[in-house]
Design a protein around this ligand. Structure first.
Ligand code: KIV
Ligand code: ZN
Length: 524
């Protein structure tokens, strides 16, 4: 049923797995996509945009499997404005209990010029493709890409054509993050007023964050009558990203006095999803990020701390528990047993199989021996590392010793297991990380270039674990690896090896330059 402007319910459309995954380096594995889709479904996301089925065999397989496994959410796939894309999209989403086809074309003057279509030709193409999609599926979304830079008269004309051809949702994308809140609201109001049939369909808002206004623009569109917000976890997405799911959902909850609209999102699942998306995409969440940043609920200044101790509402507009953040933060001590670990992990959103729990338990004990206090964040980093760095990978770090300090050159001595066989080597480098990476390169020669090397401390203190994320590029294929350890050099080396393991899988599955999305928005 359409969510029209006269209703108070706002649909949440999550595109982490399509628009989010499109950000260079954020590529996720098949299993990771299934896991994230499962979590989104459990959280109450109304529509999951699971991918772009024509883009690659991998995208197609992921969308089909997500569709098959979906429980509550509608599963949507993206398709350009041609029959081949739309047919392929339908083949993937049709397995869902509730499938949707999302087809789009760039309607602004700049985008019309690329396929070199006149206004009339493009209008005809929209009529044909939306009609085709609607003949396959009774839930069709249509988007005029770059809508915020499209002439108003033409936008009204093409939206009317799409509605007449059977589109049930019309999405108005601010593709380049160009609009601002007042204008965003006026655009939706203008369409609702001028387009015949607009009151019978759902308007969606899809905002990019190039000027930092995506969330505000989305909410302004809702005030004007949009009833579907398109967003991603952590605001993941190309360039400056998209509207962040956690921001719009919490804003609608906290400011319900002036934004009297509701979603069906279980907000207590937000933190877990944010952490998982950060781990699998390799995109570290900035500490001061709204809602899910590490500092979002920390109070540093004396005045703030004093106020919070007297009345928490003086400086907090929402509770950490609202997003699933546990306040009693010290997790466990070195005497805690397996059952306590299992129950703690369950509380944090993880239900592990027995063998995985055993592995995490061994690592937890080792960590508790090295570290004074083991926090929730430490456990989360351990589990994430366990899930990312599978024991059956081609390359595994068996042993590492480094010599570092003021007197160079720094040295590393390593045993790397390659397909079950141990190889020993030592190398020097410009610093211990460089020396360790040189060992890996000598034992496993490759031409991947290091694009990103990022280190973050999981908790405070000099004994804190470090999480390291490494992005590599080889022939246009981008992969991200991550790892955590109290030893920063070990974490760095394992993150590098994790990225190489992903590269090996990627080489087998995709042609060179596949990540540089050889598919174009206008190509057939
Ligand atoms: O930003 C955009 O315009 C898009 C479309 C494909 C909807 O992501
Ligand atoms: Zn987009």
């Amino acid at each position: 049923m359409a969510q029209t402007a006269d209703q108070p319910r706002v649909l949440i459309f999550d595109t982490t797995l399509r628009d989010g995954e499109q950000s260079p380096g954020a590529t996720m594995t098949h299993e990771e996509k299934l896991e994230i889709a499962g979590l989104l479904d459990e959280m109450g996301v109304d529509i999951i945009e699971a991918g772009f089925p024509i883009a690659s065999e991998g995208d197609f397989a992921a969308v089909s499997e997500i569709a098959r496994r979906s429980k509550n959410s509608t599963i949507c796939g993206l398709a350009r404005a041609n029959f081949k894309d739309i047919d392929r999209c339908w083949e993937a989403v049709k397995h869902a209990k509730s499938p949707r086809i999302h087809t789009f074309i760039g309607t602004s003057p700049l985008h019309r010029a690329i396929p070199n279509l006149t206004m009339d030709e493009m209008a005809e193409r929209i009529h044909e493709t939306v009609t085709h999609a609607r003949n396959l599926c009774d839930n069709v979304q249509w988007s005029p890409m770059d809508a915020t830079r499209t002439e108003h008269d033409y936008l009204c004309r093409v939206v009317e054509i799409a509605i007449k051809a059977g589109a049930t949702t019309i999405n108005i994308p601010d593709t380049v993050g160009y609009t601002y809140p007042f204008e965003s609201a006026k655009l939706i109001a203008m369409l609702l007023e001028r387009v015949p049939g607009a009151d019978k369909i759902t308007f969606a808002t899809h905002c990019h964050n190039d000027l930092g206004m995506a969330t505000a623009n989305s909410l302004a569109a809702v005030e004007a009558g949009a009833r579907q917000i398109e967003c991603t976890i952590n605001g993941l997405g190309e360039r400056a990203g998209n509207t962040a799911l956690e921001e719009v959902v919490m804003a609608l909850r906290v400011r319900n006095d002036i934004l009297p609209y509701r979603t069906q999102i279980d907000t207590t699942k937000i933190m877990h999803l944010s952490r998982r998306v950060s781990t699998v995409s390799g995109f570290v969440v900035q500490p001061n990020k709204a809602i899910v940043g590490k500092n979002a609920f920390l109070h540093e200044s004396g005045i703030h701390q004093d106020g919070v101790l007297k009345n928490v509402e003086t400086f907090e507009i929402m509770k950490p528990a609202d997003i699933g953040l546990n306040e009693k933060n010290i997790a466990m001590g070195k005497h805690s047993g397996r059952a306590a670990l299992r129950s703690k992990l369950k509380e944090l959103g993880y239900e592990l199989a027995d063998n995985q729990l055993n592995d995490v338990f061994v690592r937890f004990k080792a960590l508790a021996d090295r570290k004074k206090e083991v926090y929730d964040e430490d456990l989360l980093a351990l589990v994430a590392d366990e899930q990312t760095n599978d024991a059956h990978e081609h390359l595994q770090l068996k042993k590492l010793r480094v010599v570092c300090g003021t007197e160079g050159p720094q040295e590393a001595d390593m045993i790397l297991t390659i397909d079950g066989v141990d190889h020993h080597i030592d190398a020097t480098g410009d610093g211990p990380v460089d020396a360790a990476f040189n060992c890996v390169k000598m034992l496993f020669p490759h031409k991947a270039r290091l694009q990103v090397y990022q280190v973050a401390a999981v908790t405070e203190g000099t004994d804190a674990q470090a999480t390291v994320s490494v992005r590599l590029e080889e022939d246009g294929r981008l992969v991200t690896g991550s790892s955590a350890d109290t030893d920063t050099i070990v974490a760095s080396t394992k993150a590098y090896i994790n990225a190489l393991n992903r590269l090996i899988v990627r080489r087998q599955k995709t042609a060179p330059n596949d990540d540089v999305k050889t598919i174009t928005y206008h190509g057939e």
